[in-house]
Design a protein around this ligand. Structure first.
Ligand SMILES: C[S@@+](CC[C@H](N)C(=O)[O-])C[C@H]1O[C@@H](n2cnc3c(N)ncnc32)[C@H](O)[C@@H]1O
Length: 983
């Protein structure tokens, strides 16, 4: 039997001091030329996470003597990479590394790094800092975690988004607080103990990947004062002693508070053989491996006599212990040490995985801990330490079942059915709401006709939503008035009485409407939810959030669009057209020809938002009245269709000339044919533009169409006046035709407007073509200048040149499944936009093409930088000028017959001039050989043996003597100074 209590043992297999430190990693480091054995830690970490291979810029904090720098320099790409090392102590130069002598906790270090980094961001920040306290470092775990926080502070400043931060951390009380902080800032945080890290060391390496780069970071998150603060009393000394008092109550040997604390923080200090009881829960929160987030800080330091963070125990100690979770959180390793432990090794339950988990508990996750606890239970059962209670029996014993009488049964059944029914209804309602929301979205995206939606007033898509009166009323909100432009071309507020009957049909207003629409739709939908008691607060909040996100996205798109130069040009053109001709741009006659997606958005052919009047009277009753006035066929059609479809309106002559908003002519109600408006929209698409005869011919002739149409007068006229609702009345006696105006007059008006807009479209097309051509030319120029820059382009180019692919094939391949537009019900706008941008056909690239691009880059890199090349050229130019000058001078000397110089003298002067200009080849003087008069050469006279040419004998004492003389002179100076002072 083992004694009930056993002290924790230190790992004895590794000596901590002296030659014991010189382990295989030390030898390996020596062998491979690394300055520190710690280099292998980084090697092993990098092998696991592979963060160096792709890194262009690495910052190594606490880098001395430079082992990690050496590894980084070796494993990072050889070209164009930056490695910066910082330490308190100077680091001997390492090729390709910049080293700084700074304290990483200071502002000056930050500045120095900023100066080095300029605008760069680091891909990786490393930190291997440990306080410089020699052998007492164990007690300085807190200083170490503070260093970690300081390095994290630098990391968040210099890391790029998605970058990696790898740091050493001493496992102490504050370890989990640090992990929490890391988890706030990185997507993936993992702790590893590399093989080269000594077991006796409390260090562990935490690799944080995927830096989130938040726009703002709460400064407290990087402040040790907050991060490592004692949050509440549960884990401070008082809280701890309370917890330990419970242990006292169990009858364990706790005397003084101090001793009690010691006993409790170290659950292994009082291991006993008692069976586990549920009352024995004593796992301090700090040691609960299953809830590390509940870790509290204890800053009271290390326990007396326990100066190490590394702890071991025997496996059987843990199996017998009353607080297995506490033990798991406390110890670093469990060993199969004694005989009874070794028996466990033979037990089939002790698998290899269990053994390796027990070997290093500090790197385990929740799953592993669960597995270990299961193992422990199984072993306890196996050893007969636990008697398994048959829970089923207990349950049978405890439950008293009283028979229900018939009435109660019936009531219960009824309640259950009612509950089921309510639940089904709720689900159905939610389903319908969601469907409607999706359809609204579809409509906003021009993906469907408004009539498809089946919008009804009670569906939250009532007339007030499309309140034109409201639209027009709020000038400051919309910036749009009754349809007139002031002298600056800006809309002017109208005095017209029949504002309510207007419809916003101008292109510019359409843009604004599009922006307004969702704002109106969404709160309505939200209200719908609000009314719905069954929708929970959370759901409501989520929906609102989603809706406001959609709104934000739309307004963002809108702002972007407005900034777009093409859009501006089109707007200006439209304005000009309005000023010049006052012609309006009717629904569906906008920029149909424009295939540019953005432009379509900006001047969408179809404003999906139906704009019925806002009149409150447009209630169900009115609707019924109108329905009564309609022909049978219309009655049969759902009322919602009548509301949803915006129809072209007939215009007053004045309005045509003036306004953006147009007034409906009283008594002349435009009808929407029963033929689907969707069909009209379909034929409105750019593809059908330019059809000979236009849409009318396709639909069976314009005349037929207009003949088919019938105006609805009489009863509906009055309603029109009152409610402005008649715009939406459908007239379809014949059940045929198309959306059109009611009479020839209005048709003419429309036709009259056409040439202007066709012209406009033609201009737009021309502008588009011009822009495309310009783009093509720019592209060609760029290619001519820098060549092909992508591997895809190079692949295609090579294939074309090598005749592996023809031009026709290339064009054919341009049509693929990716060319289809993205669609789908209920997809958010941003998603569709994003897909359109990134859903691309991937062109397979060949190795050769990649190599060719690389070679090109290399050639570019090999070219001298501009400055150097320029300096060289300048030097060459100066030389040429000098030579030219010298040649002229020499010519002068040669030609001058008056100076009476002989040919020899002339030649000498010319040679002198040329030599001065650097033109003549320099004559190298033979060097004098210095022979030191020592050894065989000491005291010889004449030429020393084996020395040819000029030589000079040097006295070996000379250096020594010069130094001695200097020394003497210095001493004399000092002594004379002292003498003067004494006097
Ligand atoms: C374990 S060594 C680093 C070894 C290094 N990674 C290598 O491979 O050579 C810890 C280093 O942290 C440095 N250090 C400690 N506190 C520091 C501080 N406040 N600022 C900068 N360096 C610090 C020490 O000078 C020491 O060189």
């Amino acid at each position: 039997m083992r004694p009930a209590q056993e002290p924790l043992t230190m790992g004895k297999d590794q000596k901590k001091t002296g030659k014991g430190r010189l382990d295989k990693w030390y030898m390996l480091a020596k062998e491979q030329g690394y300055r520190a054995r710690s280099a292998f830690k980084l090697v092993q970490l990098n092998r696991k996470y592979d963060f160096l291979a792709g890194a262009k810029c690495v910052i190594d904090l606490c880098a001395a003597p430079g082992g990690w720098l050496q590894v980084a320099a070796k494993q990072m790409p050889q070209q164009n990479s930056i490695i910066i090392g910082v330490d308190l102590v100077p680091i001997k130069p390492i090729p390709r590394c910049i080293t700084l002598v700074e304290d990483i906790t200071t502002e000056s270090c930050r500045r120095a790094l900023r100066a080095e980094m300029k605008d760069w961001k680091a891909d990786v920040v490393l930190h291997d800092g440990a306080p410089n306290v020699g052998s007492a470092w164990v007690q300085d775990a807190f200083t170490q975690v503070e260093l970690v926080l300081a390095s994290l502070k630098l990391a968040v400043e210099f890391l790029r988004a998605g970058g990696t931060f790898c740091t050493k951390v001493f496992r102490s009380k504050d370890y989990n607080a640090l992990l929490w902080v890391f988890n706030q800032l990185f997507t993936k945080v993992e702790a590893t103990k590399p093989a080269s890290s000594r077991n006796v060391s409390a260090e562990i390496f935490v690799t944080c990947q995927g830096f989130l780069a938040p726009a703002k970071i709460d400064p407290r998150m990087l402040n040790p004062k907050y991060v490592f603060a004692e949050v509440d009393g549960a884990d401070d000394e008082e809280g701890a002693s309370k917890r330990f008092a419970e242990v006292d109550a169990e009858g364990n040997e706790v005397a003084g508070s101090k001793k009690g604390k010691q006993a409790s923080t170290n659950p292994l200090a009082k291991l006993d053989n008692r069976a586990i009881s549920t009352k024995d829960v004593m796992t301090p929160a700090t040691l609960n491996v299953f809830a590390p987030e509940k870790h509290r800080k204890q800053r009271e330091g290390y326990d007396d006599g326990d100066m190490t963070l590394y702890k071991e125990c025997r496996v059987m100690q843990w199996i017998r212990h009353q607080d297995p979770i506490g033990v798991l959180g406390m110890v670093t390793r469990m060993r199969f040490q004694d005989d009874e432990d070794k028996k466990l090794l033979k037990n089939p339950l002790t698998t290899g995985e269990i053994k390796s988990c027990l070997d290093d508990l500090k790197v385990l996750g929740k799953k592993d801990f669960k597995m270990l606890l299961k193992y422990r239970l199984a072993i306890r059962e196996d050893l007969g330490l636990d008697v398994k209670v048959d829970q089923k029996e207990d349950a049978v014993e405890n439950v008293d079942i009283e028979p229900l009488d018939e009435e109660e049964q019936l009531t219960q059944e009824l309640e259950r059915l009612a509950r089921d029914e309510a639940f089904k209804k709720r689900r159905e309602r939610r389903r319908v709401n969601e469907k409607k929301a999706r359809e609204v979205q579809r409509m906003q995206l021009n993906m469907g006709a408004p009539m498809d939606i089946g919008l009804e007033q009670q569906d939250g898509m009532g007339m007030e939503m499309f309140d034109l009166g409201e639209v027009e009323g709020g000038k400051e909100r919309r910036g749009v008035s009754g349809g007139r432009l002031d002298s600056d071309g800006e809309p002017e507020l109208s005095d017209d009485d029949d504002d309510m009957d207007r419809e916003d049909i101008s292109g510019s207003n359409k843009v604004k409407n599009q922006r307004q629409m969702p704002m109106q739709i969404i709160p309505d939908g939200a209200d719908d939810d609000d009314e719905d008691e069954d929708v929970t607060d959370d759901e409501r909040k989520t929906r609102r959030l989603e809706e406001s996100l959609d709104l934000l996205y739309e307004s963002f798109q809108q702002t972007k669009l407005e900034r777009d130069h093409k859009h501006k040009v089109k707007q200006q053109r439209l304005k000009r057209a309005l000023e010049e001709g006052g012609e309006f741009k009717g629904i569906g006659s906008g920029s149909d020809a424009d295939t540019d997606a953005e432009s379509e958005e900006s001047e969408g052919d179809f404003d999906p938002a139906p704009q019925p009047s806002s009149d409150e009277d447009s209630s169900d009753e009115d609707e019924d009245e109108q329905a009564a006035a309609k022909p049978e066929a219309v009655k049969a059609a759902p009322a919602k269709r009548a509301r949803a479809a915006p129809a072209p309106v007939e215009l007053d002559e004045d309005d045509k000339a003036d306004g953006l908003l147009k007034t409906l002519k009283k008594g002349k109600v435009l009808s929407t044919s029963a033929k689907s408006r969707q069909a009209a929209m379909w034929f409105d698409q750019p593809a059908f533009k330019g059809l000979p005869g236009g849409l009318e011919s396709l639909l069976g002739g314009a005349e037929d169409a207009s003949d088919d149409e019938a105006a609805v007068g009489g009863e509906s006229d009055e309603d029109d006046e009152d409610m402005g609702d008649a715009t939406w009345v459908e007239s379809d006696e014949e059940g045929s035709g198309q959306e059109a105006s009611t009479d020839d007059e209005s048709d003419d008006d429309f036709d009259g407007a056409r040439p202007t807009f066709e012209e406009d479209e033609a201009m737009e097309e021309e502008a588009d073509i011009d822009a495309q051509e310009k783009e093509e030319i720019e592209k060609a120029e760029r290619i001519a200048k820098v060549g092909l820059t992508t591997a895809e382009a190079m692949t295609l180019a090579q294939q074309l040149v090598n005749r592996e692919r023809t031009k026709t094939q290339l064009v054919d391949e341009g049509f693929n499944r990716h060319t289809d537009a993205i669609g789908g019900d209920g997809l958010p706008t941003w998603f569709i936009d994003d897909e359109q941008r990134h859903f691309r056909h991937n062109i397979p690239v060949t190795k050769d093409a990649v190599q060719a691009i690389r070679d090109k880059q290399r050639a570019l890199n090999a070219r001298p930088i501009k400055k150097v090349a320029e300096a060289k050229a300048r030097k060459q130019m100066r030389k040429v000028r000098r030579l030219e000058k010298a040649r002229n001078k020499a010519q002068g000397i040669n030609d001058d017959e008056d100076n009476g110089l002989t040919e020899k003298e002339k030649a000498a002067s010319i040679a002198k001039v040329l030599a001065k200009s650097g033109g003549a080849a320099k004559v190298k003087r033979p060097e004098k050989k210095v022979v030191v008069a020592r050894g065989a050469n000491r005291g010889i006279k004449g030429r020393p043996k084996g020395v040819k040419g000029k030589y000079k004998m040097a006295d070996p004492r000379m250096k020594k003597e010069v130094r001695a003389l200097k020394r003497i002179a210095k001493r004399d100076r000092k002594s004379s100074g002292r003498n003067k002072a004494n006097k």
